[in-house]
Ligand binder design. Sequence first.
Ligand code: UGA
Length: 423
Amino acid sequence: MRISIVGGGYVGLVSATCFADLGHSVILIDIDEDKVEAINCGMSPIYERGLMELLSAHVGRNLLATTGYEDLVSTDLTLICVGTPPLPDGSADLSMIESASTLIGNSLEDKEKYHVVAVKSTVSPGTTQNLVMPTVLKHSDKSASKIGFVMNPEFLREGLAVQDFMKPDRIVIGSSDELAGDTVESAYRGIDAPIVRTGLIAAEMIKYASNAFLATKISFSNEIGNVCKKLGIDVYEVMKGVGLDHRITPYFLNAGVGFGGSCFQKDVSALIHFAERMEVTPVLLRSVIEVNEQQPMKIVEILLKNIEYINGKRVAVLGLAFKNDTDDVRESRAVPVIKELVGRGALVAAYDPKANESMREILPEIEYCKSASQALTDADACLVLTEWPEFGDLDKEFELMRSRVIIEGRRILSCKDAEGICW
Ligand code: UGA
């Protein structure tokens, strides 16, 4: 099959590379010339495990990146993978979806054969039907019998995106008609996973509900963890006992400093906004966000119980990325923690194996260290905010501290005297 993908961000690039690996001929369209050039040289603009190898195996053979829409007409299926960033009111900005739909429509004007347009970007329920479909049909001057529409959400985790694409828990295909859904289903041939066929709006809702549920599990564990902390018991011991119930599962029950990343906060906020517009009060979803906003302050509270005045004190912050194995600091819980420390006059010495530079762009005023040892040297306290495996090996390095106050916001250390945020 010939597939065109609009948007060379993390979802578009991973999808393009993996569809090429499944044997399809793929064109990746992105307006960023530098990115297109890098991809065509086999260089991945993002770090994603296994991506570089797959990219260099297919680029120049059955994968080509380009800035123009000219070749789209020669493909059978177009996937929209552009960003839907949050607007100030929490709703998703759909302007890139609209402009991609316009350009796709223009490109299909002269096409005689049936074509399928599938949305992979996370969009609010109704967007494919009420925005993408009419825009593409208007600009292509075609009837709905000539172009089929699909909503095919992605469930890729950063860092594990290639693995998640190739071995998904499920593939969700919401379609406007049977043939459009069949076309997208055949693009995934070779992947062994349950296929869930739905209508367009249900597929959009499945994506939002999945992320909202995962975020809810985390905020739930954090709230239980806050009670466990008061009781002097270990939330990990409690959640182990809870998660073994097959109706609950042990996954996404790790309590800590809260969830970060570009998706959970954005998607839960968009769902809250959407529910309110539908005149449904999103009581639970609002609380999920509230718990997540309060959680970073819990670790500062514990620090203040150990050191009353942190003004002028050196605080080592280990971990800046929103999770390990990435340099992404979007919505990282390290940001509110560091801002609070700086506001209280602490001297923050930060270290992350990958994310020092991306955090420097947001918070240039703090000290960035080349190693955990450097950050810990003469520190009055240490806060661990990302679950990097290398932090689990830290031992003698803590002896470099001026006073041994070690607080974990993620369960990763092996030293016995660290205090946990919820344990
Ligand atoms: C998340 C979802 O897991 C993907 O399925 C989804 O496709 C993606 O969003 C998206 O919508 O694009 P991702 O943002 O890469 O993926 O990150 P996760 O691995 O889900 O972690 C998110 C945050 O939750 C991290 O800060 C992590 O530390 C935290 N977390 C995770 C916990 O605090 N506890 C847990 O038990 C699990």
